[in-house]
Ligand binder design. Structure first.
Ligand code: FMN
Length: 216
């Protein structure tokens, strides 16, 4: 059975990212895939400790992360998966710290320092980012925010075999915009987007789940 691991890198379990991930998981399940969902903010772990056990010649952990914590079983599950979705809001132009720490631990052991660099991933994993953000598609480019997502996707694709990114722009950040100091965002327009555009993003997420677990 095809297996998908879906990781929520947002602290919000019912936020934009989690909702899109849920639709992607539904898409994967609709094709008979098994799915594991992980909420990173439920776990205690750190990013890469630069111990280099994963790079030591003849070492027991060559190509694998030697650190043992809550992320260890998640990394093990991913290493046996067919597909992976990493969901995160943009925080200051890139993924959340929790997602960043997770990808350091997942990807650095697979990066073999050969020339050219080579991947030690045990299998090809079809991977994708789902990114949600306040900015519009236009602002993502003009604010210089597109650099991190593009680089993240490239690294993921190089080390796991393939990668794509689903962008959900101009999301609703607050249930009630009247309760927060806000001169930046138009609550009426945000509500309208939530009503009209976000359901389309959910549909695209469902299709992503279908595609990632489908036959090539
Ligand atoms: C600490 C923090 C930093 C943020 N930084 C950005 C940013 O740089 N660019 C942006 O477009 N949105 C930014 N946002 C907004 C979130 O990316 C956006 O609301 C997202 O959809 C939230 O996802 P969630 O509902 O899954 O938590 C930030 C939000 C927080 C809490």
């Amino acid at each position: 059975m095809t297996h998908l691991v879906a990781i929520n890198g947002s602290p919000r379990k019912n936020g934009n990212t989690a909702t899109l991930l849920e639709h992607a998981c539904k898409g994967a399940r609709s094709r008979g895939a098994s799915v594991t969902q992980v909420h990173l903010y439920d776990l205690m772990y750190h990013g890469c400790r630069s111990c280099f056990a994963c790079k030591t010649k003849g070492g027991r952990s060559y190509g694998r992360c030697a650190v043992r914590d809550d992320l260890t079983p998640v990394l093990s599950d991913i290493s046996e998966a067919d597909a992976l979705i990493l969901g995160s809001p943009l925080y200051f132009g890139t993924v959340t710290g929790a997602m960043r720490s997770c990808t350091e631990r997942l990807l650095f052991p697979y990066l073999e320092y050969t020339s050219p660099p080579h991947s030690l991933a045990p299998r090809r994993i079809r991977a994708a980012y789902i990114l949600t953000m306040n900015v519009t598609e236009e602002e993502l480019k003009t604010h210089g925010y597109s650099q991190h997502p593009v680089l993240n996707e490239r690294v993921l694709g190089m080390l796991l075999g393939s990668a794509e990114t689903l962008y959900s722009y101009d999301t609703c950040q607050f249930e009630d915009y009247t309760r927060v100091v806000n001169e930046l965002f138009d609550p009426v327009r945000k509500a309208e987007r939530r009503e009209r555009v976000f359901p389309e993003d959910c549909k695209r997420a469902f299709d992503l789940g279908v595609r990632l677990v489908g036959s090539e």
